[in-house]
Write a protein that binds this ligand. Sequence first.
Ligand SMILES: Cc1cc2nc3c(=O)[nH]c(=O)nc-3n(C[C@H](O)[C@H](O)[C@H](O)COP(=O)(O)OP(=O)(O)OC[C@H]3O[C@@H](n4cnc5c(N)ncnc54)[C@H](O)[C@@H]3O)c2cc1C
Length: 418
Amino acid sequence: MRQDCDVLVLGGGPGGSTLASCLAMKNLSAIVLERETFPRFHIGESLLPCSCEVFHKIGVQDVLEDRFLRKYGARFLCSTTRRTASYTFAEAFNTRFDHAYQVPRADFDHILLKHAAGLGADVRERWEAIEVMFEGERAVGVRARNLDEPEKVVELRSRVVVDATGRDTLLASRSRRKAKIARLDKTAFFTHYKNTFREEGTREGNIQIVVWQHGWFWFIPFRGDVTSVGAVASAEWIREQRRTGAKEPGDFFDRAVADSCWATEFLQNAERQRNVGSIADFSYRIDQLAGDSWLFVGDAAGFLDPLFSTGAHLAVKSADLAANAIAEALARGDTSRAAFANYEKSVRYAVDLFLGVVQAFYKGEFRETLFEANQRQTLRRIITSVLSGDVFHEGVGPQPHWASFLVKQYPAELPSFA
Ligand SMILES: Cc1cc2nc3c(=O)[nH]c(=O)nc-3n(C[C@H](O)[C@H](O)[C@H](O)COP(=O)(O)OP(=O)(O)OC[C@H]3O[C@@H](n4cnc5c(N)ncnc54)[C@H](O)[C@@H]3O)c2cc1C
């Protein structure tokens, strides 16, 4: 049977491009199909330090260092009590990386995609994956088209197919079960501003997470004077605003800002740079992350509320793990679902660790812990470790004590697929 490459990677976001780089470094051939022409806008601009391990590995860290503002930590601000709490990544248990980056995604995603091409991946922009082809249960390739010749559908064949199409979840939407996650039925409204408030010195790049009665805001400062600002709100609040006349995303965003003392202060002298966009009800879980000759990577494998800026980290780290699993499976000549069982376990463990803490935040218990005055040093280090993205333990080594504590304290409430 003709094979066009070892691995077909559907989607060229951080998940797909990182996977393609990792595969190229293992001398495996990959074709990346990306529907858009890069650079293109994308939401998700605050990174976590633990992703730097992957950026180092694929050799892109120096470029990121050159281009983007360093993020040394996170500050939480409560709009009801005006309490604040700062966390600095250097206080985490694993201090190999004490900073991450704040990245306009158009640039960041473009850098990663060009990097994959530079390492030898066959990157095809304006190529749309239409459907994954199967022989029995086994994925064997994809039907796709070049958007410059949309009437001409071609079949590409590979030994493994990876769906990294992000929230489009190309394969899962058609062949798997997707479930909503308890407490995470939120909507986000977002835009960019010039001249919002910023901390000074090394704290300039910290993400500011402003908690307000009905949700929270992110303030993600970029190098220069532009800051990404988003408001995440509960479904009840949205319904109430709609009932009282809010229609456009900008209406909801402005009402949320007016409801928070900190957001109002931060935006006092700021100028909006783009229309307010929105994404509704964004969290979901998928029943299975891999099967015979196929895997899901990044958002295609599920999405968790962005409270702790976890999405890009889960995408690049799952890409790294997927590349290892695929290389081993191909070397053994066994790409059945069983060959990817450890991949699925590692990703699930990491997502669920974050998920339990995020759900506890919305219940209120973890929110109190975040703002607690006179916190125990160990607790600070645990929180900081989660904020820095130190969640990939399963299949890597023993689970650290602090992570076992966290899982017990804040178990994830998982949806049922029955
Ligand atoms: C409101 C909100 C705020 C967020 N904030 C953060 C944050 O601060 N930090 C963070 O780390 N994450 C954040 N995220 C999450 C982050 O955006 C994602 O987790 C991340 O982009 C996942 O990367 P990915 O490569 O899996 O998917 P994507 O980045 O979405 O890439 C998927 C790619 O696949 C392409 N594609 C889709 N369908 C097809 C097709 N059929 N054929 C070919 N190509 C296709 C798309 O064009 C896209 O380029 C946020 C998410 C939301 C909703």
